[in-house]
Design a protein around this ligand. Sequence first.
Ligand SMILES: *[C@@H]1O[C@H](CO)[C@@H](O)[C@H](O)[C@H]1NC(C)=O
Length: 242
Amino acid sequence: MRFYPLLAFVASASTAAIPDVEAQANGGSSSPSCKADNREIAISKAAFLKAKVIPPRPSQYNDKVNVIPSFNPDATIAIDYNGKQVEYGTKFQTTETTLQPNVVFTAESDLRYADYNYTVIIADPDALSPAGTTPGPLLKNYLHWIYYDAKPCLERKQQPSAKDQPMYAAPTPPSPQAHRYTFLVYRQPKGVYTPPNPATFPQTLGASRGMFDVNGYVKAGRLEGPVAGNYFLEAAPVGGGS
Ligand SMILES: *[C@@H]1O[C@H](CO)[C@@H](O)[C@H](O)[C@H]1NC(C)=O
């Protein structure tokens, strides 16, 4: 199955992809049942660069702006909120993202999908407001959701799970400038995995979901990647906000 076009894939994921995946999980074929299109992978990398989720070069990493130092994707992640797709900068209203989205990501091109589990992180690097505005990203990153032991090609439907750590928290951007809500997919070490406690990875002490150190968490969990990513934009409601 091809991942492009994204809409068609998501529409069929819940029916077509799942039987394939389960057949392989029971020791079937070594080729993944869903793979990203190279073009779609290139689009995701270009989008992260353009949105400054990554710097042009890892050595140029700017802790106020960038989320991760580098991004070499080998998969793609499709996200939808009640059918509205997240596609590299899609604008959402706060009322559209109250409930957690449906999520599915592809297998990596060279890996047997059944050999690894993945962790999905959703963070806002622009809390309270983007760099260059007032008050600025004082709470970068604001952690919206982590779930672990996720499998490629299996759509994560809109329901809580015991593998949520923490559970999804709806965006409530206080600034009129849009925030980049960034989705990152990391490969976990093989086998039974105990994730780090995200509360122990704030950049400074005292914050709950604010100031989450994505890169520190990734290192502590011995996660690899991100292998896939996406983001959407959301600002305070017009006439509302802080
Ligand atoms: C995936 O996670 C499950 C549940 O923790 C674990 O039993 C299994 O070994 C993991 N699979 C791989 C390939 O790491």
